[in-house]
Design a protein around this ligand. Structure first.
Ligand code: GLV
Length: 328
């Protein structure tokens, strides 16, 4: 029996490709071209599965043009590149890679928050420019992290892991906002207090965004929300570009309406709003919160597990729309 054909839409570890090749006819993309929608459709012809990343949009247009497709396995926890209802309607299973990246992403979110609070990037740039000529009592004074109020918007797995770091490691009171409040047994060990969004914005010393992107979450933080924050507060985004209005944030940073920000994700990335590039009080990183070797390997492995299971009759570990499997 011939092997099913799959597309691996971006470059990936060679061992992931060899593992997939034991089960499938694999079309790889070792040049790591980011396909246009038309190129993606062309590459997906005759493919039963696709190993994707956040850069491949799978929507009704792609689904209609690729009738052989049965599964799309994202190497990411976020899946806003999938139109899940359209995939479900077309009988296409979607999978993602939760859990394996939680702690690594939380480490990075916490590090970014600390970098913003303690002005690490800004002071490093100053040093590299050769401007450090003497010690001064108020040089790059920032704000404390220990004991400060940690605010978390979106309190899923990654949010809780960041809260754990803050509460248990840094003695931070934790407040959070989430549509559905956490169970008391999850809140209690963190001492986490559920508050409404306005209270979160007003009371947090360090606000970290960890909510999934959806059209409803677009510009969750814009000029009005930034105006509620303390002038001494920091804002960290490790969620998705588009959750923050980047132009409004750049203006708030420039006018010191908040103290600092740290961003790993951007509206329209890899492009970055030019105003963010010219304000000093923001730390900017290129969407690398899950980027440790061990975690990226675990993500690739889980995405491959899902693709293999979905097309060979195994148990799919992390389906997004499991109802598709029930219908098969
Ligand atoms: C990265 O942004 C992910 O969703 O895994």
């Amino acid at each position: 029996m011939s092997k099913p054909a799959v597309l691996v839409a971006r470059a990936v570890f060679p061992e992931t490709l060899s593992r997939l090749a034991r089960h499938f006819e694999v079309e790889a993309n070792e040049d790591d071209t980011v396909y246009t929608p038309a190129q993606l459709i062309e590459r997906l012809q005759g493919k039963a599965g696709a190993f994707t990343t956040g850069s491949e949009r799978i929507d009704a247009g792609v689904l209609a043009a690729c009738p052989a497709l049965r599964v799309v396995a994202n190497m990411a926890v976020g899946f806003n590149n999938f139109d899940v209802p359209a995939c479900t309607a077309a009988g296409v299973l979607c999978t993602n890679t939760p859990d394996v990246l939680t702690e690594t992403t939380a480490d990075f979110g916490f590090a970014l928050m600390m970098a913003a609070a303690r002005r690490m990037a800004e002071s490093e740039h100053f040093l590299r420019r050769g401007e450090w000529t003497k010690w001064r009592y108020d040089m790059f004074t920032g704000s404390d992290v220990h004991g400060a109020t940690l605010g978390i918007l979106g309190m899923g797995r990654i949010g809780q892991a960041i809260a754990r770091r803050g509460a248990l490691g840094f003695g931070m009171p934790v407040i959070y906002h989430k549509r559905s409040r956490l169970a008391p047994e999850l809140e209690a060990p963190l001492g986490a207090r559920h508050v409404d969004k306005a209270t979160l914005l007003r009371e947090a010393d360090h606000l970290v965004l960890v909510l999934p992107y959806s059209p409803a979450a677009h510009h969750t933080i814009g000029a009005a929300e930034l105006a509620l924050m303390k002038p001494t507060a920091t804002l960290t985004n490790v969620a998705r570009g588009g959750i923050v209005d980047d132009a409004a944030l750049a203006a708030a940073l420039r006018e010191r309406r908040i103290a600092a920000a740290a961003l790993d994700v951007f509206e329209g990335e890899p492009a970055v709003h030019p105003d963010l590039l010219s304000v000093p009080n923001v730390v900017l990183t290129p969407h690398i919160a899950s980027a440790t070797v061990a975690t990226r390997r675990a993500m690739a492995e889980l995405a491959a597990d899902n693709l293999i299971a979905a097309l060979t009759g195994g148990t799919v570990k992390t389906p997004i729309n499991p109802e598709v499997l029930q219908r098969r």
